[in-house]
Design a protein around this ligand. Structure first.
Ligand code: BGC
Length: 747
């Protein structure tokens, strides 16, 4: 009797706090937790997948809904749709304490409207557009009842063999940190609890992108200094932007699985950084500690993960099976368990779910957002900004660059290749396919037909498949080329060749596609090659023999429109590579900000007894930060406000940039620093700032950068972050190969 009175009282106390803040929420959580049994507490830490979709092995059990009714499930992943989330939430509302479920989903680059792959968006270097893409994804997902996205992935990776490079922002820590912030802001909007926002998740903590050999889920082993300097900052940036959650990575780091790593989770993340949100495991990563040989069995894994600081167990079912017993026997402390529960309840309060558990599952909002035109416009905008123009020479003996195709608008165009008519592939890995994709996703073919007004000028041949050895389609492709004035080839990977568990040892163009390009070049017609992929690929023959090459990644719903905007010059490309493109796999790992060595490489004619390969140049095929425009930009001399500064002073750097060509265009002006002599070996250069500017033909802009002590600092041997007095080089230009240089002294 007394119990049910207290229970009612508590329900009244905590359910009034729709968007309660700080202390109010803490008090409500206290009241609620006093009523919770150990079983109900453990329930909050348990996340299961629905049977609708899965990204890992599902442990089927027929009683999921009963468990929800018993208050033994805290969160679901892979339930989408206002109706589905509502009906599951209704079951949660039948539980004793009526604690609402959290619905999580991988909303990685769009939900209903698919945006370019995250790596492609990173090529835009346009933080506003990137934030907007996450904002729209959040609106669409939240209307389908989703509270929480497992994004952004902020893993740095220097290895294009790793299939998940498509999901991150590339190889650079500074760019990656800026993008991490933009994405968190976009997903979470003004505040968690707004019904157009979702909680974000910085993943995968940590060093998942440094898997040995680029093989997904593989070991990582590195110095703490490298971890602090290269891999941690984007996570820190996400945290500073208010990210609601972190996800563990699958890998071990220096011998301890990230999921059971107390130093990383409890000491560094929750302790030193003071992260107040939820730490969720990756799919099954608690249980996988048994495979790692770090836990004896599932029970041991549950114990190690909770003690380390992993709050929620995604799909291992280790917590739900063993935590009650472990806590009962005092093998995990109640205080640690309560802390994990508290973190999860707090987010449920902040989301306003205690007042209205259905506030996100709004079928009317879901319907009205379904065909939102402005979302498609934003998708087209960032898609065209993500495209990177790699080469644009004059064909044959001509003088004018082949692109844009202004001269070909009325001529015959042969569209050749296995991806010309691709539809679903444009969505890329980690995306949703919708029943109306065939009419909504714009293929290259459709983009061309719409641009030209009809298919009359177009000829089409598939030529070959993406993979395989069949060349029987070449003859017809040659025929179509012969009937045309220009050949545009659309080739690359299929969308599922990059993504989770999609590591490849060979990143050359697959199948007979390079051969198809050779056949087309042999026709003597001018050739443009469009390459779609989720990672840097190797395509040396094409790079050396085809006049125009455009890297189009996977651009999402509006792909075909965006590609035509660039091909026909409606948009002047401005994308810059967020990853170094190697000449061949043997150069991997290859990244621009490598350390200075004792025997630096000078040039290809002088490469004896220096750090070099005997069989290929040291330089990449295309450097980090590289990308062309239809116009040209000239960089003037760098000016500094002082030759030497104190650490508490700012360095003001300016450089004039002029558009010397005949098109209006955007340029990403990049600033790199080199600490010439230090107490530890430093990178040859590191990106420290960039600005994206727009210039009309003939126009000059003074671009200004302000550098502070933070930019000159680095992690010392004891992991403190400090600047050292000494000489620095500063480089500014349109890629990491920038040559415009100035030197200054830090006192
Ligand atoms: C991936 C995560 C993802 C999770 C849930 C895992 O396999 O590594 O990034 O969020 O599945 O789908």
């Amino acid at each position: 009797m007394r119990h049910s009175f207290l229970f009612l009282l508590a329900i009244i106390v905590f359910s009034g706090n729709i968007l309660a803040q700080g202390n109010d929420i803490d008090k409500s959580i206290d009241s609620l937790m006093r009523l919770m049994t150990l079983e109900e507490k453990v329930g909050q830490l348990h996340q299961i997948t629905s049977d609708f979709a899965a990204t890992g092995p599902i442990t089927k059990d027929g009683e999921k809904q009963d468990r929800v009714r018993q208050g033994r499930v805290g969160s679901y992943l892979n339930v989408t749709g206002a109706d589905r989330t509502r009906s599951l939430q209704e079951i949660a509302m039948q539980s004793r304490l009526k604690i609402p479920l959290l619905f999580a989903q991988d909303v990685i680059h769009g939900f209903r409207t698919i945006f370019p792959l995250p790596l492609a968006e990173a090529a835009s270097w346009d933080l506003g557009a990137i934030e907007l893409s996450a904002r729209i994804a959040a609106k669409e997902a939240a209307a389908a009842g989703i509270h929480w996205t497992f994004a952004p992935m902020v893993d740095i990776s220097r290895d294009p063999r790793w299939g998940r490079v498509m999901e991150g922002a590339g190889e650079d820590t500074y760019l990656g940190s800026q993008i991490a912030r933009a994405r968190v802001k976009g997903f979470q909007g003004k505040a968690i609890g707004d019904t157009d926002a979702v909680m974000a998740c910085a993943k995968h903590f940590i060093a998942y992108g440094a898997a040995e050999g680029g093989r997904d889920y593989n070991t990582t082993d590195m110095s703490w200094r490298r971890l602090y300097e290269v891999y941690l900052p984007p996570f820190k940036a996400a945290m500073e932007a208010g990210v609601a959650s972190f996800m563990n990575s699958f890998n071990d780091i220096n011998g301890i699985p990230a999921t059971g790593n107390s130093y990383l989770l409890r000491k560094l993340l929750k302790g030193d950084w003071g992260f107040p949100g939820i730490v969720v495991s990756d799919w099954g990563s608690v249980g996988e500690m048994v495979n790692h040989g770090y836990a004896a069995d599932l029970k041991d894994a549950a114990k190690k993960a909770l003690i380390a600081g992993c709050d929620m167990d995604m799909e291992s079912r280790a917590y739900t099976a063993h935590l009650e017993d472990l806590a009962g026997k005092g093998e995990v402390s109640m205080q640690m368990l309560d802390d994990a529960v508290r973190r999860i309840l707090k987010k449920k309060f902040e989301l306003g779910l205690f007042q209205d558990p259905y506030r996100f599952s709004n079928a009317a909002r879901e319907k009205s957002i379904w065909n939102e035109q402005s979302h498609l416009e934003a998708a087209r905008d960032i898609a065209k900004k993500s495209i990177v123009l790699l080469k644009n020479d004059a064909p044959g003996k001509g003088k004018n660059p082949l692109l844009p195709l202004s001269n070909y608008a009325n001529k015959k165009i042969a569209l050749i290749g296995p991806l010309v008519k691709a539809i679903g592939d444009n969505n890329g890995f980690w995306s949703y396919s919708w029943p109306d994709d065939s009419i909504r996703v714009v293929s290259l073919w459709r983009g061309m037909v719409e641009y030209l007004g009809s298919a009359n000028q177009l000829r089409y041949a598939k030529g070959c498949e993406i993979t395989g050895t069949d060349t029987s389609g070449f003859a017809y492709a040659r025929k179509m080329a012969a009937q045309s004035d220009i050949v545009i080839l659309s080739i690359g990977e299929s969308a599922v060749m990059s993504g989770e568990a999609k590591s490849r040892s060979n990143i050359h163009l697959p199948g007979m596609q390079e051969q198809l390009v050779k056949e087309m070049v042999a026709t003597g017609k001018p050739v443009v090659v469009l390459i779609s992929a989720g990672r840097p690929l190797v395509f040396n023959w094409i790079a050396d023999n085809v006049p125009a090459i455009v890297y189009t990644w996977w651009l999402g719903t509006e792909a075909g429109h965006a590609i035509c905007d660039v091909l026909f010059g409606k948009y002047n490309p401005s994308g810059k590579l967020p990853m170094t493109f190697p000449r061949t796999e043997g150069q991997i790992p290859i990244y621009y900000n490598h350390f200075s060595t004792g025997r630096p490489f000078k040039n290809d004619n002088d490469n004896n007894y220096v750090t070099a390969y005997k069989d290929l140049p040291n330089s990449p095929k295309y450097p980090f930060g590289y990308g062309l425009s239809f116009t040209q930009f000239a960089y003037g001399k760098i000016r500094l406000n002082a030759d030497s500064i104190n650490p508490d002073q700012q360095l003001r750097v300016t450089i004039p940039v002029t558009n010397t060509g005949s098109y209006s265009g955007e340029e990403v002006v990049q600033l790199y620093l080199q600490d010439i002599t230090a107490s530890l070996v430093r990178p040859v250069r590191e990106l420290k700032a960039f600005r994206k500017i727009k210039l009309s033909p003939g126009e000059t802009k003074e671009v200004e950068f302000i550098l502070t002590a933070n930019d000159f600092s680095f992690y010392q041997e004891d992991l403190s972050f400090k600047a050292e007095s000494g000489k620095f080089n500063l480089f500014i230009g349109g890629s990491s190969a920038a040559t415009e240089k100035a030197t200054f002294f830090l006192r």
